[in-house]
Design a protein around this ligand. Structure first.
Ligand SMILES: O=C(CO)COP(=O)(O)O
Length: 136
C-alpha cells in the first residue's frame, strides 16, 4: 500500500533480548524478511531496511559495531540470495537503537551499515548534529 502511494517504506527488523541471548538473531531477521521478500525485485528496490534490535531501542544499550556489522552483512547476504548481488549492494540497511554521537562513527564505519535510523537523539539538536557529523 505504501509503495502504491509512492511512499518509501522503511522496513524494520530485529530481535528481542532473549533471542539475542540465545544467539537466534540471524534466524529471527530471516523470518521477519519473509514478508518483504514477497515483493518483486522492482518494488523491493524502493524499500529501505533498518536493523533495529528491540533491546537497543530507547534503552541506552547499543549493538556493538561488530554485532551491527555481523548482522547487517547477514541481512545483505539474504537480500543477495533472494534478489541478486546488485540489488543487495544497492539496498540501504540502516542501524537503529540508541545511536548517539559517541557511538555513531564506529557504527557507520562498518561496510554494511549504510546509515542510522535515529530516535531519541533526533530530539536534541546537538546530538542529532553530532550523529550527522559522524556520518561525514
Ligand atoms: O526506534 C528507533 C528509531 O526508529 C530508535 O530509537 P532510539 O534511537 O531512541 O533508540
Amino acid at each position: 500500500m505504501a509503495l502504491a502511494n509512492n511512499l518509501k517504506p522503511i522496513f524494520c527488523i530485529g530481535e528481542v533480548l532473549e533471542e539475542r541471548e540465545a544467539n537466534k538473531q540471524n534466524e529471527v531477521v530471516e523470518a521477519q524478511l519473509a514478508s518483504v521478500f514477497s515483493l518483486s525485485a522492482e518494488d523491493f528496490s524502493k524499500v529501505i531496511l533498518a536493523y533495529e534490535p528491540v533491546w537497543a531501542i530507547g534503552t541506552g544499550k547499543t549493538a556493538t559495531p561488530a554485532q551491527a556489522q555481523e548482522i547487517h552483512a547477514h541481512i545483505r547476504s539474504l537480500v543477495a540470495a533472494k534478489y541478486g548481488q546488485e540489488v543487495a549492494e544497492n539496498t540501504s540497511i540502516l542501524y537503529g537503537g540508541s545511536c548517539k554521537p559517541s557511538n555513531a562513527k564506529e557504527l557507520f564505519a562498518n561496510p554494511d551499515v549504510d546509515g542510522g535510523l535515529i530516535g531519541g537523539a533526533a530530539l536534541k539538536v546537538a546530538d542529532f548534529k553530532g550523529i550527522i557529523d559522524a556520518f561525514k
